[in-house]
Structures are given as C-alpha cells and as structure tokens.
Design a protein around this ligand. Structure first.
Ligand SMILES: Cc1ncc(COP(=O)(O)O)c(C=O)c1O
Length: 393
C-alpha cells in the first residue's frame, strides 16, 4: 500500500542530512546515515492538508490552541497509547529542545546537576553543558537483548542535593531502549521521594515495535506531579523541517511559567501557519502509515543484523532495538579506536554515520546508524561499511 522502496532525491533541497554533510564531517562525498530524519516522503494526507492551507494566500500570525489541535492530540494518545490527555495539560512550544532547555533553566542554577542516561542523545549533552549545568550520568548497560538502568545507583544520584532534574529519553536515543511500566513506576517513585523533576522526551514514541508498546509518562501524572512530557510529530511523520512541538504536564507552575516566558521573554507564542493542518491530518488519518513505516524499519533492522552476522561478525556487534529508526553499533571487538574507524568509514566506505563520542562521554566504541531509508540504500551502505572495515585488516 505504501512504497518505502521509492528513492526520493533529497540532494539540493537544503536538507541537513545531504546538503550540510560537509559541515559536520571532513568530506561531503558520502551516503548519509546520520542525522535522525527519514528518507521517506511525509504521508500524502499531511501534504494535502498543508497544500490546502497554502491555497489561502495570507500567512499571518497563527494560533495553535484550536479545538482541532486538542482533539487530534487527544485522539492519538487515546488510540495509540491508551492515555487520556486533558486540554488544560496540553501546551505548544517551538521545539522539544527549547522546552527541555527552559525547564532546566527554570529549575536549576549554574553548576546544578541534570541526570541523563548515557549514552545520550548528543544535544542533551550540548544543552546541559551550554547552559553551564553539570551532566550527571546514569549509565545504561547492554544486557544482550535490551539495556538496563541500575535503579539503586540512580536513587543515590537523586539523593544528592545538587541534582534537580532527570532528563529521561523514552524511547531512548541512541540505544532504542523502551522503558517498561515497572521501570517507569520505580523512576517516578524515586524522583518523587527526592524532589527530582522528570522531563520525559518522548519524541521517538511512535517507533516502538515491541509488544508492550510505548508507555507514556502522561499515565503517571497526578495533579501537580513534577513531570513534563515533551514531544512533536517531527520524527514520526518526517516533518522536522516544520518546527513545532507540544508538551503535557499537570504541573501548573511549570506550564504557567513556560507560557509566560514564551510570550514575555522570547516573543515566540505564534506558531507557523501550516502545522495545525499537518497535526490534524497526521493524527486523524495516518495511523496505518505509521504502522507500515515501522514494519519497513523493523525489516531494515533485521537486514542490518543478518548482514553483520554474515559479513562483519569479527568486528561489529549489534542488538536490534525495540524502538526508533537508529541502531547503536559496537565495534569494540575490532580493536580499532574511533578515529581509525571513522576515518575508514568516511574516506574508504564513504558513509556518514553518527559519531559515537558525541553520545558517549568517555571513549566510544560505537557508531549510530539511521536505517530510515530505502532497502537498496541500506544495502549499499552496508557494503560500504564492510569495505571500510576490510580496508583496516
Ligand atoms: C531524543 C530527541 N529529542 C529531541 C530531538 C530534537 O527535537 P526538536 O527538533 O523538536 O528540538 C531529537 C532529534 O533527533 C531527538 O532524537
């Protein structure tokens, strides 16, 4: 029904993935498997809804809080996650990272600790450091099928007075871990007991392929719970180039404060004119597309795993993640260091993959592979990764 095998030329569309590779890497002459967007087209109903809006030729300041917006988000949460969202708890913000930064700035002073699971999405590291807060690591450990968090060690971190916020990423980028209901209950109990505010970044929530599905922290919220869930449609429907996001919280102080700052500190309370139309079409009409894209991504992951088992098992290890379109691939057993591997990948294989040391604070033995691309492109990428590692032997 949907053709994810169709190659869509993205070069020359000002997309960062293709057109800005040379700014991030030592060369731009590579196949891109790095930044987290997809090579697939945005579902047709979303494009049609935006085209319809474009037929009206005035794009003045636009509001987000329409009945259609509330209804669409509530519908998605009810039908996909079995979670009830109230209008009063749902708010617009310009981006997920903006929301995270503002909550951190509101709750912490310079030097205070923000707990994150490591490895970590690279921009969490950038933002915490950029705002002169301290990164406090709660490591995730690979256990052969998923990743585990040591809850006793986490509780000790929460007990330290300088640590004020836990920035959870669920599903987790880059490992693809999906936090279970039991783990989330423990996390909420620990954080409540020690006065730690939880920011839950759930931007990858629609790419969960495990049976238990995505558990949103929205379900754990009680009046004034110190929990905020931030997310958007950028990943799910490949519309990251249309900046928008929303957050859900019952913490009245936090939503009042964020809304006040959007108006009176940053002057950012108007949204772009297309996004409400996109949200409505996406959440009301595109559930089957999301299921189909997840099937395709799941199959791509199987392809990567079996390719590695057959051709690269002497140098690479990978476990299929329960979520996301990203694979966190370990080259430890190759014995090569990251510079050597990255040089070979970029200059021999000519592939751009996520560089592990931007996600890990210490020495990294990983790279991140974005598999949201056509199978042909993926196969070519895998052959090139093999070529890179063969060159090192
Ligand atoms: C975990 C996570 N959070 C946030 C973002 C970016 O969100 P936004 O563009 O809305 O700031 C990304 C993008 O890769 C991500 O992986």
């Amino acid at each position: 029904m949907y053709n994810f095998d169709e190659h869509i030329e993205r070069n020359g569309t000002d997309c960062i993935k293709y057109d800005a590779m040379d700014l991030m890497y030592s060369t731009g002459d590579m196949l891109p498997f790095w930044i987290a967007d997809m090579d697939f087209s945005t579902p047709a109903p979303i494009v049609a809804a935006m085209k319809k809006r474009l037929d009206h030729p005035v794009f003045g300041y636009s509001k987000w809080n329409t009945d259609e917006f509330y209804d669409a988000v509530k519908h998605w949460y009810r039908t996909r996650f079995n979670a009830r969202v109230m209008n009063n708890d749902l708010h617009y913000a310009p981006s997920v990272l903006f929301t995270i930064t503002e909550v951190i700035r509101t709750l912490t002073a310079e030097g205070d600790g923000v707990i994150i699971n490591t490895p970590s999405y690279n921009n969490f590291i950038n933002l915490i450091e950029g705002n002169r807060r301290t990164i406090v690591e709660a490591p995730l450990m690979a256990d052969g099928s998923s990743y585990k968090m040591d809850m006793d060690a986490f509780e000790s971190l929460c007990q330290q007075r300088n640590n004020k916020v836990f920035l959870l990423c669920n599903p987790h980028n880059p490992t693809g871990k999906v936090f279970t209901e039991e783990e989330l209950t423990t996390i909420v109990e620990i954080c409540e007991a020690h006065d730690i505010f939880i920011i839950s970044d759930e931007i990858h929530m629609d790419f969960v392929r495990s049976e238990a599905g995505h558990q949103t922290l929205v379900k754990w919220m009680k009046p004034d719970s110190p929990i905020l869930v931030t997310t958007c449609l950028g990943k799910t429907f490949n519309i990251s180039g249309l900046p928008h996001s929303f957050y859900i919280t019952k913490h009245r102080y936090m939503s009042l404060d964020l809304n006040r700052k959007l108006m009176s500190v940053y002057g950012l309370s108007s949204t772009n004119s297309l996004i409400n139309y996109a949200v409505q079409a996406a959440y009301m009409e595109c559930a089957d597309w999301v299921d189909a894209v997840n099937d395709y991504i799941g199959d791509n992951m199987q392809v990567v795993q079996s390719y590695i088992e057959t051709h690269l098992s002497d140098v690479l290890e990978v476990q299929i993640p329960e979520a996301t379109f990203l694979m966190w691939i370990d080259f430890k057993k190759s014995g090569y260091d990251e510079d050597t591997v990255q040089h070979a990948l970029q200059h021999i294989g000519k592939v751009a993959v996520g560089i592990g040391s931007s996600y890990e604070l210490g020495v990294s033995t990983h790279f991140r592979l974005n598999v949201a691309c056509t199978r042909d492109r993926l196969m070519e990428g895998l052959d090139r990764i093999k070529q890179a590692f063969d060159s090192l032997k």
